[in-house]
Ligand binder design. Sequence first.
Ligand code: SF4
Ligand code: SF4
Length: 169
Amino acid sequence: MTSKNEDNDIVKVDFAFKRLLAETVEGDLANFCYQCGACVGDCPAATYSEDFNPREIMLKVLYGLEDELLGSESVIWECTNCYACHERCPQQVKPVEIIISLKNMLAARGGAPDAVNKVITTFETTGRTVPYSPAIDKQRAKFGLKPLGDVPMDEIQALLDSTPEGEVT
Ligand code: SF4
Ligand code: SF4
């Protein structure tokens, strides 16, 4: 089966990649996208980047355009995971969840940016995405918050051990 993209070029739908994505968490929801663009309005990444547009990403997912979604020019890391698109979508597509699945796929292929790899390493070794420093507790105290407690690394390690490689970012 073929279809046309926004430039009116004939594109071949990659059903194999669509099936692969459909196996991830919420990965099959893009099939309900009717391209209304409501997800774009409040998207901070789309506001500040000329290249990023969640509706276009969903269109590429509908076509199964793996090379564009996960290639070296992929824009998916520009998504801030803010979930505004999740709240706006009338079709319950949850674009952010699909983008997270794409990020996981790309990370599993060694395609995560250095900054993301650093966060992953910090989380795996400390249980936090940002390293602890006494300055954090000082700031928390200003707002009447308790100091950060110890991280239950044994529980986190058990969760990491039970998660298939590439499923955590
Ligand atoms: S808001 Fe939902 S249905 Fe509309 S373009 Fe975005 S993902 Fe598709
Ligand atoms: S989660 Fe990502 S795609 Fe969705 S609105 Fe936020 S930045 Fe945009």
